[in-house]
Design a protein around this ligand. Structure first.
Ligand SMILES: Nc1ncnc2c1ncn2[C@@H]1O[C@H](COP(=O)(O)OP(=O)(O)OP(=O)(O)O)[C@@H](O)[C@H]1O
Length: 224
């Protein structure tokens, strides 16, 4: 079986009078069901790497294969379709739409994909929220939930289209310790119980230590 994600020689340089190297020469192979933490000092390129792996940014050189599929020749629309169907994103700020309930937020990616009838979409949204311990919060607006609940709702939304890969950028950065642990355990469970591949950028070394593998970046490069 193909790896969940395979990066070779991944380099991203911002052009300009003084070009800025965000990441350089990254090789990474992650198998289905692996839980990886990306760590490193501020400005070391962690988010830049995650954006490249998530096909949100294009490398200056190097390649990303997603479940064996080469992505370098794809145009913007094809990349967007691939992200929608195969990758779930969780960010430090939850980015739930404030005027919609938790359940409606979770339904949005399914509606965009357009693969399921409305009834099935609603049922799946409820099921995902229930799985994340949010059954009684399904009708609440984001502002009516705690930070930890919002972040778990964002994870439910990331799972909406049943992605093989979840990419999370500092998902616990705004949370208290207990909520951060719960969110990390949730992500770990998605790898262990559902064979999803989880790649998390985190400053929290204690949480990172619970990952299967740690990728430490310094100045845009992986260091041992
Ligand atoms: N659009 C941009 N223009 C100029 N410099 C940028 C840009 N985007 C990122 N950088 C720089 O590239 C480097 C890597 O940024 P990146 O956000 O990937 O680091 P990070 O490890 O995620 O940092 P943090 O932990 O603070 O979020 C930083 O020095 C950053 O200032």
């Amino acid at each position: 079986m193909s790896p969940a994600i395979e990066a070779r020689g991944l380099t991203r340089i911002l052009p300009g009078l003084v070009p800025v190297t965000l990441v350089e020469g990254i090789d990474l192979t992650v198998q289905a069901g692996e839980f990886i933490a990306i760590t490193g000092p501020s400005g070391s390129g962690k988010s830049s790497l995650l954006y490249l792996l998530g096909l949100l940014d294009k490398p200056s050189s190097g390649t990303v294969r997603l479940q064996g599929l080469a992505t370098e020749g794809l145009d913007g629309d094809q990349l967007a379709d691939l992200r929608l169907a195969r990758i779930g994103f969780v960010f430090q700020f939850h980015f739930l739409l404030p005027e919609f309930s938790a359940a409606e937020n979770v339904a949005i990616p399914m509606r965009r994909l357009g693969a399921m009838p409305e009834k099935a979409i609603r049922a799946r949204a409820d099921e995902l929220l229930e799985g994340l311990g949010l059954a009684e919060h399904r009708a609440k607006l984001p502002e009516q939930m705690s930070g930890g609940q919002r972040q778990r709702a964002a994870i439910a939304r990331a799972l909406a289209n049943d992605p093989a890969l979840i990419l999370a950028d500092e998902p616990t950065g705004n949370l208290d310790t207990a909520s951060a642990h719960l969110v990390f355990q949730t992500l770990r469970g998605l790898a262990r119980d559902q064979n999803r591949t989880i790649i998390v950028v985190t400053h929290d070394t204690e949480l990172a230590a619970t990952a299967d593998r740690r990728l430490h970046l310094v100045d845009g490069r992986v260091v041992p």
